[in-house]
Design a binder for this molecule. Sequence first.
Ligand code: ARG
Length: 482
Amino acid sequence: MTNQLDKKSQAWSALFSEPMSELVKRYTASVFFDKRLWQADIQGSLAHAEMLAAQKIIGAQDLADIERGMAQITQEIESGAFEWKLDLEDVHLNIEARLTQLVGDAGKRLHTGRSRNDQVATDVRLWLRSEMDLITDLLLDLQKSLVEVAEKNVEVILPGFTHLQVAQPVSFAHHLLAYVEMFARDAERMGDVRRRTNRLPLGSAALAGTTYPLDRERVARTLGMVDAQGNAQVCQNSLDGVSDRDFAIEFTAAASICMVHISRLSEELILWMSQNFGFIQIADRFTTGSSIMPQKKNPDVPELARGKTGRVVGHLMGLITLMKGQPLAYNKDNQEDKEPLFDTVDTLKDTLRIFSEMVGGQVNPTTGAKEGGIAVNAAAMEAAAKKGFATATDLADYLVKKGLPFRDAHETVAHAVKAAASHNCDLSELPLKVLQGFHASIEKDVYDCLSLQGSLHARDTLGGTAPIQVRAQIARHYKRFM
Ligand code: ARG
């Protein structure tokens, strides 16, 4: 069967006097990466065809032929039998050419009232929408892993740092729950981006709309592009619909922020694993050895994740710069949106998957329990917290309760810390007599607040590290996960 699209390699139409050069063909083709959009492309085409038939723009038989052809194409692509052709430039033309080969004129009618410009914008939105849903699920898994580890470590005391100097004792669970907050916001951000991504460009045609009586809202509903109330979500300006990729930029920004959170967690895992901290171990399957130093176990996974953060932030820079200065409406520049977007999605998904398992462990199929997450060395954490006068603020607060103005208490405690440092001991190890030398109001009960446990339990405000608060947060998260 002759097919106009098959002749595209010769020239687009009668208008062209020479075929495209081989180099230009390779330079402009996108099929070898955008074929990844094939499901979205078929989904969009079927919704468009269904509407064309409902509007009597094509016949019922045309629609049936298109549906039959697309079913066969789906099967061919899934089985690997589909032949992707560079000559046909992109995913859209490859699928359309095959459809026409299979069903004839009905295939040629599919493109009525449509352009590749609104087609590709629709495909990318549909594809990204489903990827964002997967990412949101993965973010939930990671939050669950962190909460599960937190639950087992509420009373484990970690030196909380500012400037990476020992500051105040915190519950290890509290520390992990800080990351749960970050990943919960990342999921929320995905939801926000999803809302703006889930709008239909189809019907914008090349740039100005079309002369056919399309029912765009019908297509939007078919594709699930609806708001929470079920109202169809359609791009309201055709020029904007075909040209802007702000949703892709927003997504990459949200992904970058998420990777930045991952990189912070990575950095801490790396530090905690180093011999100088010795706070945790991660399971061997996430570490690698050294080819020369037999004693080494390196945290390659968190290190790579920290590195891959740069890659995702790079994609954000790429996409935002791609959009800069583009005049309305569609420009071929936009074909460059795909590879950064694909790589961002792949990198983020893999990273989230691996982190859930590295932190929380893997489900044992026989017991159903999770095994092999991070192993916590509570004694090492507590010993480290004891080293840096982590309860100095508590002593100052104690003096304030005795009536001293905070600034004076702060100064008094500085002298006590100096004395303890010169005796090479902790504040809690200074005898009462010595402490009373700094302020007469100090009594025996001071030791309650100088202990790490006392300090921890005293921070009993909403969002604070007291175990009672931490347990309340864990309960809140579990409720949220239900
Ligand atoms: N492959 C193109 C892209 O990704 C499809 C749209 C092409 N439109 C055009 N007028 N050349 O953007």
